[in-house]
Design a protein around this ligand. Structure first.
Ligand code: SF4
Ligand code: SF4
Ligand code: SF4
Ligand code: FES
Length: 888
């Protein structure tokens, strides 16, 4: 790009043409005051505070919207400019209410700060305040538009960043204000309570509702959101060791670009609840009683070692967590494998994605991992399958909506339900639950028939295409339409949109968690290979990660089938590698996954289970079955930050620290490894998980104590090639590609990737007794089973009921109206819910949100696998729906 040279305040400056004067100044350390400008918003030149003067021409201009030009001689602080700025601020202050002086947002109000910097004190103009009511009925946001300066940042954030369109300018002239349609309260509008507008508002017009604290936090610290796998960068504000505020980071290269979702912004208040554990507990006389760390760890160490001695290493198991850090997962699985000699290690992601991700990892030899979300806004076409990111990972939803609405990128959505992305899509494929294998193979058959394949990619990087193509030619498309419920016109349209394009696949729990997930993923990999869609930042697989460190837990080998670095446990070479490093002989016995652990506990073969950061009694189906299995254990250790359904039945409870109270790293769904530091101290005697594990290892005779997080990250970076960048003093690193496949190798050497055979699956079968497909999914207000978000006061105060959604046609048949109470039953249990009608559901399907009512929806599901081996199949169930009470 052409370089432009100019002077700013006498300093020679050079920058690419098209740069605004404001950015040119900022990049050269020259500060210009602004109110309506923001790093992630298109500049509009609304406030005029950033005026600068061209000394040569005497022309004044808004620097945020004026590009640099050769030979400009810009003054940012000339007497003329100062006078203009002071007048602008005086006018704004005159519009402000008198309460401005005592506003609780005063310390963070940019208007007040700039006024102070310019020496504007008492308002000397005739005051013309806008009196508007205070809107604070919802538990998240307070709106006091009397303090609005019409900078438009909230509206632009709502339209340009989160693409919701809940607010816009209303009325004209002096009365103009940002408002919802028909001035409805926010909770009745389409607002998602992401809070992005609040964190970007330069005045006190929009603020966070905080019943526990009023005023500015005493300390602000950067960290990573503790909820989902996007890993948003946040600032946590604290007062006296308590988190009182969360805002998005406004740095340039964060994954969330100044946005958050309702969970990240408002649900971290769960960190201060009375259910936090603050001391170790030991069961004695049927009760859990406080103990010292020494006492508790003695019981755990002796219990684990004696179980190993008495019953053998297979009698002990370790269930880790995708909520705990990379470092903690590493030493957790190491403790199991090295000290206890067992490969019985798993983590909570078993239920959400493990099987499918492991398959991809094996088929692509770990390649194609690095997927910056920014690539979605540069994609040729996006295919969203079995994912509703607007609810599960809302920041990914923002990327997709921006890609479609702002960049015009075609979007195909395959989902049984009309999700929040469907209005942004070019095509919605309302596929019948469980029939994605047929859908993908049908589309692939049509792409192949229409000659939409990438032959040079196929020749260079793959093998077995001919057989695969023959399989597609023989594929019964009419049957596929019948099974999927997608008509041929839509199938053809999908193939037309995809052919000849490189595809960015966004894959969610509709695939990851379904009973034929592995076969569906096999079919998706074939389609990606056929279209040459695997390498590059704007194509390939974007897997939705529900928990913040799902990827990191798998990378660190907190699973029975992989050792750290995602090296297969069954591979002798990889096992020998770790035997050398850990100086130990690793048992080659295949370990138990979560499901097998429960089954072995049921049979009485598993004697001791160590659970870190998971709550199986709330998260997994068939609670009573799990409770009975756990009651068979001689030792159940639960390490957690909260009192949960599972800590209640433990023999020993170890009080852990939350992510905000310790250091470590999380790996997000992009492959970005983000390190964080403690923001506050843990409550009472609670300790970081890594420290507890270090102390326990020592008690069990392991010589090396883990005295610092740095020591653990150094061990990881030394020995796990894909984490070689970890802990090098940087806040951020990326997973490294180390695949041996030619496709992912810089030098073009290595193996080619085989196509797999075309398979067919029936989809879900229904009978007269259970005629409805119940789709079990998340809403944005809760994460997973809701152990944490269910304790957030704000989320509770919002009063969501978790209604069952049913199509108007089915409601009519069942004589149901909105607000009626219905019983939903499966062969495994039943629940009761209020009914709401959803026109976006096809007849025969109902949607039930998980996490509500203590996550009782899990009682509808069977714990043991119903589909392919090791697939949880927990996202869909055939059910019956009956009316039990009329809305009154
Ligand atoms: S509410 Fe805040 S962000 Fe929105 S226009 Fe007013 S001052 Fe600007
Ligand atoms: S909270 Fe989010 S969705 Fe609601 S108006 Fe603000 S930016 Fe829009
Ligand atoms: S999208 Fe995920 S990481 Fe980002 S704020 Fe929401 S819950 Fe947190
Ligand atoms: S910052 Fe340039 S006009 Fe507001």
């Amino acid at each position: 790009m052409e370089e432009v040279t100019l002077t700013i305040n006498g300093k020679n400056v050079s920058c690419p043409s098209g740069t605004s004067i404001l950015n040119a100044a900022l990049e050269n350390g020259i500060k210009i005051p602004t109110l309506c400008n923001h790093i992630h918003l298109e500049p509009v030149g609304a406030c005029r505070l950033c005026l600068v003067e061209d000394e040569k021409t005497g022309r004044t201009m808004a620097s945020c919207v004026t590009p640099v030009a050769p030979d400009m001689t810009i003054l940012t602080d000339s007497p003329t400019i100062k006078t203009h700025r002071i007048n602008i601020i005086r006018l704004m202050m005159a519009n402000h209410p008198e309460s401005c002086i005592v506003c609780s947002q005063g310390n963070r109000c940019e208007l007040r700060q700039i006024a102070a910097e310019l020496g504007v004190g008492q308002i000397d103009l005739y005051p013309m305040p806008h009196y508007t009511g205070l809107e604070e009925a919802n538990p998240f946001i307070i709106r006091d538009l009397s303090k609005c300066i019409l900078c438009g940042k909230c509206i632009r954030a709502d339209h340009e960043l989160v693409v919701v369109g809940a607010i816009d300018y209303n009325l004209r002239g002096f009365k103009s204000r940002p408002a919802t349609v028909h001035e409805m309260p926010l909770e009745k509008s389409s607002c998602t309570f992401c809070g992005t507008c609040v964190s970007i508002c330069p005045t006190g017009a929009l603020s966070v509702k905080n019943s526990a604290y009023v005023g500015s936090p005493h300390k602000k610290s950067s960290t990573i959101c503790g909820f989902c796998g996007v890993g948003c960068s946040i600032e946590m504000g604290s007062v006296d060791g308590q988190i009182v505020e969360v805002t998005p980071s406004h740095n340039e290269n964060t994954v969330n670009r100044s946005t958050l979702c309702v969970r990240g912004h408002f649900a971290h208040d769960y960190l201060n609840v009375s259910e936090r554990l603050s001391t170790p507990l030991i069961r004695s006389g049927g009760e859990l009683l406080p103990a010292t760390w020494d006492e508790a760890l003695d019981v755990v160490a002796q219990g684990l070692i004696s179980a190993k001695k008495k019953y053998g290493p297979q009698s002990v198991a370790f269930l880790g967590s995708s909520k705990c850090s990379v470092e903690e997962n590493y030493i957790f699985q190491k403790m199991a494998r090295v000290i206890l000699g067992t490969n019985n290690v798993d983590n909570g992601s078993y239920g959400s994605e493990r099987k499918v991700i492991s398959l991809v990892s094996e088929r692509l030899d770990g390649g194609g991992r690095i997927k910056p979300l920014a690539g979605l806004e540069e994609a040729e076409i996006i295919f969203v399958i079995g994912a509703d990111p607007t609810e599960t990972v809302p920041v990914v939803g923002y990327y997709l909506k921006r890609a479609s609405r702002i960049k015009g990128i075609p979007l195909i959505v395959a989902d049984s339900r009309r999700t929040g992305l469907v209005p942004f899509s070019s095509l919605w494929l309302a596929v019948s639950p469980g029939s994605d294998v047929e859908l993908i193979n049908g589309i692939a058959a049509l792409v192949s028939k229409k000659d939409g394949v990438d032959s040079s990619f196929i020749d260079k990087f793959t093998q077995g295409f001919e057989n695969y193509r023959d399989g597609l030619s023989a594929f019964d498309l009419e049957r596929a339409c019948r099974v999927t419920g997608v008509d041929m016109v839509s199938m053809e349209r999908a193939a037309d949109l995809l052919r000849g394009k490189k595809i960015a696949f966004v894959i969610g729990h509709g695939i990851l968690q379904q009973k034929y997930g592995a076969s569906a993923m096999d079919a998706i990999i074939n389609l990606a290979l056929m279209t040459g869609s695997l390498v590059g930042d704007n194509k390939g697989f974007y897997f939705i990660a529900r928990e913040n460190n799902e990827a990191g837990a798998l990378d660190m080998g907190t699973v029975p089938d992989f050792l750290p670095g995602r090296r297969p446990f069954h591979n002798d070479v990889d096992r020998k590698y770790w035997e050398r490093i850990w100086d130990v002989r690793l048992s080659p016995d295949p370990g138990l996954n979560l499901m097998r652990m429960i089954e072995e506990a049921e049979k009485g073969n598993l004697k001791a289970l160590y659970v870190m950061g998971e709550n199986p009694l709330r998260g997994l189906p068939q609670t009573e079955r799990i409770r009975n299995a756990f009651n068979n254990l001689e030792l159940l250790v639960v390490q957690d930050i909260l009192t949960t359904e599972t800590t209640h039945i433990a023999h020993v409870v170890l009080a852990g620290a939350s992510f905000s109270e310790k250091g470590g790293s999380f790996t997000n769904m992009e492959g970005r490894i983000q390190s964080f530091e403690p923001v506050v101290s843990p409550p009472g005697e609670a300790k970081p998980d890594w420290e507890i594990l270090g102390l326990l290892s020592k008690k069990m005779g392991y010589p090396e104590g883990y005295l610092s997080i740095q020591k653990i990250s150094a061990e990881i970076s030394r020995n796990v090639p894909i984490y070689s960048e970890l802990g090098k003093g940087r806040e951020e690193a990326w997973v490294r590609e180390t695949s041996n496949l030619r496709l992912f190798n810089q030098d073009g050497m290595g193996d080619s990737i085989p196509f797999s055979a075309v398979t067919s699956k029936e989809g879900e079968l229904f009978d007269k007794e259970y005629p409805f497909a119940a789709i079990l999914g998340s809403l944005k207000y809760h994460l997973g089973s809701g152990t944490r978000t269910g304790l957030s006061k704000r989320i509770k105060d919002f009063g969501l009921k978790g209604e069952v959604e049913i199509s108007p046609e089915d409601a009519m048949k069942l004589n149901l109206e909105a607000g009626d109470k219905a019983r939903i039953s499966s062969p495994h249990g039943s629940i009761e819910r209020e009914v709401t009608l959803n026109k976006g559901l096809r007849p025969g399907r109902v949607f039930i949100p998980i996490a509500f009512h203590n996550n009782d929806v899990r009682q509808l599901i069977e714990l043991t696998q119903l589909g392919e081996a090791d697939s949880p199949g927990w996202n869909m169930r055939p059910v019956r729906v009956e009316k039990i009470r009329k809305n009154v």
